[in-house]
Design a protein around this ligand. Structure first.
Ligand SMILES: *Cc1c(COP(=O)(O)O)cnc(C)c1O
Length: 234
């Protein structure tokens, strides 16, 4: 791995190449820098390279970094969210990628009403139906979209998935394709107030495949900041 700047240049090149291969425009893909476990000075290096959209998987980390990172950051919550913690981040994040229950959606809607804002969310879909993963089943998706679409102050922008960990990223192409098809299918039902256009899929290991399959947000951590160090784990 090189410096953060070199890493970003490399990721940018690869995203551009994936766009070229699939006839897509670079500006239709957001590179979300996943800054979990990374300290503020290093995150600022990435921001200085132009990456102002940051993804965190823990509420606490967003709260800790929010003030030090200052203005102009677009925070995304990409990890599991407990209903009792929604209140801490509802007015701080631009997009919550990880909604996977009605209980959580209802809580987000309620707090968004109280704060007089609209919360943008994605539904997390466990496309590969892995036991260990968060997310709803593809077969449950349409019904949940319908139920959330009638809640006030919450807007479903699209779908998100965390694909399986695989040696060969080509193995995940099928799941990215399925997530995109699910979005197309649900949009075709013309549900009132539902027009999803965000597909959050692809991580360091497989973002190029995800872009080829239509990702509009790729979530890249290791590819930008290098391997993560978890201080409280042995
Ligand atoms: C950590 C994380 C990522 C980034 O993973 P890398 O393999 O380091 O790119 C993406 N999405 C989610 C939900 C994550 O928790």
């Amino acid at each position: 791995m090189g410096s953060i700047k070199e890493n970003i240049d490399n990721v940018e090149k690869r995203i551009q190449a994936a766009c070229d291969r699939s006839g897509r425009k670079r500006e239709d893909v957001l590179l979300l820098a996943v800054s979990k476990t990374i300290d503020v000075p290093r995150i600022k290096e990435a921001v200085d390279c132009g990456l102002t959209s940051l993804g965190e998987n823990k509420v606490q980390e967003i709260m800790d970094k929010y003030e030090p990172m200052g203005e102009g950051i677009h925070w995304h919550l990409i990890g599991h969210l407990q209903t009792n913690k929604v209140k801490y981040i509802i007015d701080k994040v631009e997009l919550i990628h990880s909604v996977e229950s009605m209980k959580l959606a209802e809580k987000i809607s309620k707090l968004a009403q109280e704060r007089n804002l609209t919360a943008n969310i994605l539904l997390e879909v466990n496309v590969a139906e892995e036991e260990s993963k968060f997310g709803i089943k593809p077969s449950e998706c349409e019904e949940m979209v319908r139920k959330i679409s009638v809640l006030p102050n919450i807007c479903i922008k699209g779908l998100m998935t965390v694909a399986p960990f695989v040696e060969n990223p080509e193995q995940n192409r099928v799941y990215f394709r399925q997530l995109r098809q699910l979005l197309v299918d649900i949009n075709s039902k013309k549900i009132d107030n539902v027009n999803m256009d965000v597909l959050s899929m692809g991580m360091t290991n497989d973002y190029e495949i995800a872009v080829e399959e239509g990702a509009t947000i790729v979530r890249v951590g290791t590819g930008i900041f290098g391997a993560r160090v978890y201080p409280n784990k042995k």
